[in-house]
Ligand binder design. Structure first.
Ligand SMILES: *[C@@H]1O[C@H](CO)[C@@H](O)[C@H](O)[C@H]1NC(C)=O
Ligand SMILES: *[C@@H]1O[C@H](CO)[C@@H](O)[C@H](O)[C@H]1NC(C)=O
Ligand SMILES: *[C@@H]1O[C@H](CO)[C@@H](O)[C@H](O)[C@H]1NC(C)=O
Length: 365
């Protein structure tokens, strides 16, 4: 009886808004391809479109100039001079920008759960394995629980989930805390397991379209290259031991995506090998218009990492030609680099797996 009442209650609760939605439904879009709606995203600062500034304002650099200067003309909470990969993807799909979870949701319910500083592992496990503490208390499972809470009544068969980079912070924080590489390696298994579990979870809620993003080669991230100076570098000038970590992380993730694709033949899932695309750009830099491959255009945030308290006039000047830089602030990438990466994802089959990208025919980038 109790469970029947609960079912009835849920039915009433869920059916009412969907009836209203049906009445309010907009006419079909003139876009010739399938519409993906709503769109959800998960991840860290590589994907955060304004959650960290709302949830943790004291922590945020991305709320100050020169962040946002190239594209938006003002800071938006994005850790870049302009748009992120997610922004390039959703505008290429003709769906506009996805608002952060901690702001007002989009009319179709689209929202972005990614938070700058987020880790894949929860605070306890990260501390147990690596003895490090993340700057924000928001980890992947928490983002998934926000998603489950907000979508309990949503129809998800036309939804698109962009599973942005996650786990970089787990590894980089551990490296920066000067733990040995063996400790960083110990994180890969639990991180990969956490991501696989999260993917299974969203699929069990009816999601049919998923993009899973691999990591950049973290040994090419300036803040780490700088911290591990003196370590063995590869031909691109990146730290080899750190790149082995992201390489192994990506290999696990790629295998997990293949396994999901085999198991759920009704799910379109595609893995983006971000590291391979990143190296392709470094090795063909001129073709992509980049002349500065490592040093950042803006150095303000690096002072924080060096333990200097923030001083608005300290390194507040960005370079005058961010379009020629891969790195925006020594951790995050420029609008130009994010555009180049997303374009490779959507147009070059060499960087996706397990099969062709279901989004390619429907995007203009
Ligand atoms: C964890 O790190 C702190 C300093 O960051 C150190 O004082 C402590 O001894 C470490 N604990 C273990 C179990 O290694
Ligand atoms: C986190 O720690 C708990 C308790 O020790 C454990 O049961 C769980 O499997 C861990 N999660 C991961 C992803 O390793
Ligand atoms: C901020 O940094 C600038 C440049 O180093 C220095 O001249 C100034 O005194 C600093 N201001 C404060 C309040 O520390």
């Amino acid at each position: 009886m109790e469970s029947f009442r609960k079912t009835l209650f849920l039915f009433v609760l869920c059916s009412l808004p969907s009836k209203i939605n049906a009445i309010l439904q907009s006419p079909p879009s003139p876009f010739p391809c399938q519409r993906f709606s709503p769109i959800y995203a998960f991840g860290d600062s590589i994907t955060d479109t304004g959650n960290q500034v709302r949830a943790f304002p004291a922590l945020t650099m991305a709320w100050r100039p020169p962040y946002g200067q190239t594209y938006f003309g003002r800071p938006t909470g994005r850790y870049s001079d302009g748009r992120l990969m997610l922004d390039f993807l959703t505008t290429a799909l003709n769906e506009g920008l996805i608002p952060p979870h901690f702001a007002h949701p989009a009319p179709d319910g689209s929202e972005n759960f990614a938070v700058g500083g987020a880790t894949a592992l929860d605070t306890q496990n990260l501390s147990t394995i690596a003895n490090v503490t993340a700057p924000t208390s928001i980890y992947l499972d928490l983002q998934i629980s926000y998603f489950n809470g907000d979508t309990s009544c949503a129809k998800l068969s036309d939804a698109l989930v962009y599973f942005g980079m996650i786990g970089v912070n787990d590894y980089v924080l551990t490296f920066l805390a000067q733990r040995p590489a063996s400790v960083v390696e110990r994180l890969i298994n639990p991180v990969a397991r956490t991501i696989s579990t999260a993917l299974s979870n969203i699929i069990s809620h009816g999601v049919k379209h998923i993009v899973v993003q691999g990591q950049f080669p973290i040994g090419c991230v300036y803040v780490l290259t700088n911290a591990l100076r003196g370590s063995k570098t590869d031909r691109n000038g990146c730290i080899e031991s750190a790149n082995l970590i992201s390489h192994e992380h990506n290999r696990r993730l790629k295998n997990a995506v293949s396994a999901i694709a085999r198991k759920h033949t009704d799910v379109n899932i595609v893995f983006f090998d971000t590291s391979a695309a990143y190296f392709h750009i470094l090795e063909n830099a001129q073709l992509f218009g980049f002349s500065k491959l490592h040093e950042p255009c803006y150095t303000g945030i690096l002072h924080l990492f060096a333990g200097v308290s923030f001083n608005a006039s300290l390194g507040a000047e960005a370079c005058s030609n961010p379009q020629n830089y891969v790195s925006w602030d020594g951790i995050h990438l420029t609008d130009g680099m994010y555009h180049a990466l997303m374009k490779l994802f959507l147009t070059d089959p060499r960087f996706v797996s397990p099969s062709s990208n279901f989004l390619s025919s429907c995007t203009h980038i």
